[in-house]
Design a protein. Structure first.
Ligand SMILES: NC(=O)c1ccc[n+]([C@@H]2O[C@H](COP(=O)([O-])OP(=O)(O)OC[C@H]3O[C@@H](n4cnc5c(N)ncnc54)[C@H](O)[C@@H]3O)[C@@H](O)[C@H]2O)c1
Length: 352
């Protein structure tokens, strides 16, 4: 089996590649990434790309047809991947997350790819009171990032898929350890704060609901989607990916981290304005379609792995919210050093 993984050099990608390599030792795994965060390693174990058969450096806005030759499945992760970056880089977010993603799917279809997996997001539900959101419920995108995910899903729903199955996995907010750990995600941020400062500072009043999924469980869901038969869910499928037992309030997440790291203080901002992003999600459809690929991690295990992973690299930076563990900071640094253009293209390539 030949699998193309775009955006493999980010946070989730290395975990997906490790999972696929273990599950399919003889597979031909190709990574394709612009490398914005290639240097942001959080592992003592060397470059995670060593598990690939091939690494291609490139921008999905200009990906060549030949990259899709003989590919059986595409895992499309490449994106401007969170709200703060999407707000800052609104035009490239639309160009990369939406327009290029649809083109990538069409190129895959034309090359005879059987399964295309799109990393969508539960953030498309936005602020949603009144019970967990199902796939058929109204969407309420609050940001450019969420809008880009919806636009892509809609285009993929309408495009002629040929013989290709498309699975849009609406992932809950990611958490967990990775060879390129991010600290701009709620649970990861809490663990880092507890280790580096002995304090978890909750920016909201702690009440917002946030469904989470560990990165290893994301890889399990992707493993299901790359082999999904169209008879199971249809040729096009958009499905919430996560678990009902992982709908947590932010204050519960903080408490779980404090329990795992003794001595941690939890400071909740009781005066914070209401957080606009609060939603619970119903993962029942995913459970019924993918009973053998359900999330297996517990919150305690996930917290433990982040803690142990950070300890293993001697993490102790109290200013981590300004560090290269925060994606927007990395892009900013590339830009102020003249390496990246405002539309997120490498300047050296533009000049060549
Ligand atoms: N992290 C989450 O909570 C979460 C939740 C739901 C969905 N997702 C989605 O999962 C995917 C992966 O997320 P992540 O957390 O690993 O993100 P990430 O930002 O850590 O990694 C994204 C990767 O895509 C690459 N990339 C970005 N633009 C590119 C371009 N134009 N050409 C080639 N490569 C490009 C980056 O270099 C990076 O390595 C994204 O699509 C994201 O929207 C993430």
């Amino acid at each position: 089996m030949k699998i193309l993984i775009t955006g493999n050099m980010g946070y989730i990608g290395p975990v997906v590649v490790r999972h696929l390599r273990a599950r399919y030792p003889d597979s031909h795994l190709v990574g394709y990434d612009a490398g914005y965060f290639a240097h942001c390693l959080t592992t003592p174990d060397g470059l995670p790309e060593r598990l690939l058969t091939e690494q291609v450096f490139g921008d999905i806005r200009f990906i060549a047809d030949k990259v899709f030759e003989d590919v059986d499945a595409v895992v499309h992760l490449a994106a401007v991947s969170n709200d703060p970056m999407g707000t800052r880089f609104e035009e490239p977010t639309d160009a990369i997350n939406f327009r290029a993603s649809v083109r990538v799917a069409e190129q895959a279809r034309d090359a005879g790819v059987r399964n295309f997996v799109f990393a969508s997001s539960c953030s498309i539900y936005g602020f949603a009171e009144g019970g967990p959101r199902r796939e058929t419920d109204a969407l309420n995108p609050l940001t450019a990032y969420a809008r880009s995910k919806i636009a892509t899903e809609e285009a993929l729903r309408q495009v002629d898929l040929g013989g290709m199955s498309v699975t849009c996995l609406r992932f809950a907010t990611a958490c967990g350890m990775s060879d390129r750990l991010r600290l701009d995600l709620v649970l990861n941020d809490f663990v880092a704060g507890a280790i580096a400062t002995g304090e978890i500072s909750v920016l909201s009043d702690g009440t917002p609901w946030r469904p989470l999924i560990d990165v290893t469980d994301m890889a399990r869901a992707i493993d299901w989607a790359i082999r999904r038969d169209p008879g199971n869910g249809g040729a096009f499928l958009a499905v919430n990916a996560g678990s009902n037992s992982w709908n947590y309030q932010v204050s519960e997440l903080a408490q779980a981290v404090a329990d795992a790291i003794p001595g941690t203080r939890v400071s909740i901002n009781k005066d914070a304005p209401p957080d606009k992003r609060s939603y619970r999600v119903d993962f029942g459809l995913f459970r019924s379609l993918a009973p053998d690929h359900q999330p297996q991690m517990t919150l305690v295990e996930s917290v433990g792995r982040i803690r142990d992973g950070l300890m293993a690299i001697g993490f102790a930076d109290p200013d981590y919210r300004k560090s290269d563990r925060i994606r927007l900071q990395v892009l900013d640094r590339h830009m102020s050093a003249g390496r990246l253009s405002t539309d997120l293209r490498w300047q050296e390539q533009l000049a060549a």
